[in-house]
Design a protein around this ligand. Sequence first.
Ligand code: ZN
Length: 498
Amino acid sequence: MDAETDRQPGFSSQEDMSFWEENLLKPLVGTDLFLSACEVVKPGIMYYSDFSGYDAPRESLRVLCQYLQVHSDVLEQDVSVQCVRSCDCGRIQQDLLKQLSTLLDHGESCVFGNLDHRLPDWVAEWITTVAPTLNTEAAAAGKMNSDIHDFLLQHRGAVLDADSRSFCAVHKKACPVYPGCAFSRLDNTSSLASSEDAPTAWWEKPSRFQQKPLTVSAAGLCCTDYSKLGKQKREAGPSERWHHIWHIDRVRAAELHAEDFFFTECAHAYPADKQAAGLEDLYHVVHIKTSPHHLGFPVRRPRTFTAGISKESFVWIGPETDEELQEMWSNLFDRDCFLTGDVYFCASDEQVSAWVSERAAKRKKKLPMNWQRQTVEQLLPMVLPVGAVSRKRKYDDVFETGKALNGSFLCDLDHNPGYGPTAGPLFPPMDTHPSIYSYVHRRLALPLECFSAQGLDVFPALAGARGLTPLLPVLESLSDIDARFLAGGQSLANCQGE
Ligand SMILES: [Zn+2]
């Protein structure tokens, strides 16, 4: 769909999409860059995340390590990846992350709550006292948030140290905040008594690594204050304090020699360079901007990705400026986008029928006798609120001018035409509970299809040799409303995978 022709060709079919990592990464195989990447991950990876959502970067690591293993002469065995912690304050996210700990990590990985739980009580209480409320005037709110940052920075040694712990919802006790510190002291013991009904934590067991592993953190920073939905409150917004805690946490992680890399993903408008200011002495910090459709995936979701590389652990020999790095990134990974968002509509008729039935029951709507012979379009009043049905009629008016040549047109029925996520042939960004409607398929995207559009391998037709994501059983167990909540505001597995 892109007019430019100097890009490398992207995917032209579902089958192409099923080995996207070959398309994107193959040009690197055999290069010095690829060999370096293999050497770096060889000792293994200790991974943890904050603002985790469903922990999409974990899926990126699965695909990336699988690819490196298959194509590397350096790696003699599988890259050992140990996921030791996730963190999210939302009930839905916490429930899902606890299930993932049980399912994928034998209950060894931790699940933390909010970021302030890792601070001493007096600091967390002070922040709550001085933080702006929703009603605080913008200039005053900005000053309050700035004061919180300055205080945390000034007193950081007392606020976070090698022994810092946070209450863990899996192990029902205080678990280590800095896995890199806990790794070097595996004889440490919890400050609270063990709970008999909780599984044993990773840090209470012998290390699985022969050498010191690479320690990597990821965070999908909350960008609401930098989006239209958050009214662009920016530095005066209520999420700013969490960014400051995350920032000081990175400073301390480096000072404690506990972290080799950090990664973040946030909204395009988020001032990532400004937020990373103050980390330059400890990390080499780089930013790139991209969207899945720049890489050939038919999804619009412009994002800024930041990486911090510990100066103590590594010497950066890449491009010196962000502009040069962005150009290098684009030359390597940008692809023409030939497909439309309809490629993700992979659910079977049975899955669609089951979803219609569940949605109608939830809405206490009685489906007509012959409903299985009707299209979802005809059944929209049974599965959607009145407002969304009327918005569908408004999209009907702009469909002809917005559709692709093959008739592809997708829109989010939670928003009016011209407001919120862009409608068109690409799968729209999923910033809130998405209600993505396809004019080709004449139905809404099922939650699993939304996850698929975020790069998760949930359908065999798109997963190919990578295999289905191990997250699938947990994703399938979610209710429709919880799944759509998680699909909104989530990192992208196939962008971070690069
Ligand atoms: Zn724990």
